[in-house]
Design a protein around this ligand. Sequence first.
Ligand SMILES: [Zn+2]
Length: 397
Amino acid sequence: MAQEATTETAGKLVIRNIGLILSGMLERPILDGDAIVAIDGKIAAIGRLKDLDTEGARTIVDANGATLAPGLIDSHVHPVAGDWTPRQSQLNWIDSSMHGGVTTMISAGEVHTPGRARDIVGLKAMAIAAQRAYTNFRPGGVKLHAGAPVIENGMVESDFAELASAGVKLLGEIGLGGVKDGPTGRKMVEWARKYGIQSTIHTGGPSIPGSGLIDKDIVLETDADIVGHINGGHTALPDDQIRCICEGCKRGLELVHNGNERSALFTLRTAREMNELERVILGTDGPAGSGVQPLGILRMVSMLSSLGDIPAEIAFCFATGNTARMRQLDCGLIEVGRAADFVLMDKAQHSPANSLLESVRLGDLPGVGMVIIDGLVRAGRSRNTPPATRIPAVIAG
Ligand SMILES: [Zn+2]
């Protein structure tokens, strides 16, 4: 259920009997241990239950042998207002995504807002309003970083300074507004970067009537922090251009569910050949013409692992630690001091696999058994995934 941002602190949370801990770190994707302690929403200790201080827990979760991973991060969404999207006239899409294990979302622009302002004062006001609204209102407890203005011609440096001082930390996809050329894009990206605002560029053909083609030359010249949907949203660039982008910069390579799956696999192979898998991050690009995908991030993890021949524990890093590092978030990794955002999963009932990781490698979706955000249990067994074999339980709290 949608809810206000909570001012409640979580107190002490102990999660015990964890079957497997996925860290979100490419360099060490599986951690030793069967328990995690969090205090007031931050991870305090990871290890064996017998070695940890579990006194005074307000909440105890028995994971019942399920796998724990960092809460999933959707690097590319288009929110509008609350938990409503006019794109497919849907309600509760964010809460539904939380049931797919997503605990953090990044706005790539509130571009579906009916009547969205394209004049400079208007687009700044809209971005600031969206930043405030999603700070104050968290559907399903999901942390949605919104307030991502789409740049327009005529913006000057002081506009970026003003946005930053008002709390705006992101640009919406470059190319969805009037700026569609490399030199203007680059100038504005540099201004944004100077004031601590991260940028993303639309890559590929137009998404919907009104957006435009952004090819490799514009992507490389603009040099945004994230190459947004390098696999197209949905129309991808030709493979040789995707390779040029991968080789021509060190920026984030974002693969989205609402893109071209073959191109996503091509990008993945290219990044792996370059030994730069740390650049691969995942999004849904929902809501969009292709709809809303509550399980979109899990579907990408499973697709890339099974068809891209990537160990499942590595594929989960694309949706957690890689994104957190690339976007400087305090979540996404199982590490002391990080946000206590977790998804507990197991292989789906009747999956032929012997384990969660093997089931993902075979292309099945995991069953989500519990979602925890900021140390608070936000959902038990998912209403959206196939049912997990083993389900965690809250045994105190
Ligand atoms: Zn786009």
